[in-house]
Design a protein. Structure first.
Length: 158
């Protein structure tokens, strides 16, 4: 077994395991040096330092736009979350209501001022229905979306 301190972060640009999941086809893999040899830094004792870009918010009004939790769901274990949410019921409205309560719970945990309480309003239902649609689209069109994000590959749609 290995210990936690032996594990290192590898960015998506240097991680050949990501190529297939991002849609690289077999002819490109066949000639991809990174796929066959791995990143060059694996051959040395020096690992690159992980650089995390930090967004600077100059205008306090920008923070209001950051309170939307849809990015949390889109970036965190989307496949697992969507599949389990859709297994709860075959009733579309119940699924949206469940998502509303999940989003409200996350909001209430993070918000220090106002707390969402009471019955779900129409605004919450509409917002979280759009979130559910984006989650399902991200899961169902994963290859296309990854291709668009990576720019270097755009799969043909059949």
């Amino acid at each position: 077994m290995t210990s936690n301190d032996q594990w290192r972060y590898v960015s998506k640009e240097h991680n050949p395991a990501d190529f297939v999941s991002r849609g690289m086809d077999s002819p490109k893999l066949k000639t991809c040096e990174l796929w066959w040899n791995g990143p060059k830094f694996l051959m040395s004792n020096q690992y690159p330092q992980r650089q995390i870009p930090v967004a600077v918010i100059k205008d306090p009004d920008e923070l209001k736009n950051c309170s939307d939790f849809s990015n949390f769901f889109l970036d965190s274990a989307t496949n697992y979350f969507v599949n389990n949410l859709l297994k709860l019921s075959n009733n579309y409205f119940k699924i949206i209501q469940a998502l509303c309560f999940i989003c409200r719970f996350v909001y209430n945990c993070k918000s220090k001022e106002s707390k969402g309480i009471g019955s779900i309003d129409l605004g919450e239902l509409n917002k979280d229905e759009q979130l559910l649609l984006r989650l399902v689209q991200k899961e169902e069109f994963k290859v296309v979306m990854n291709g668009i994000q990576c720019v270097w590959y755009l799969p043909t749609v059949e």
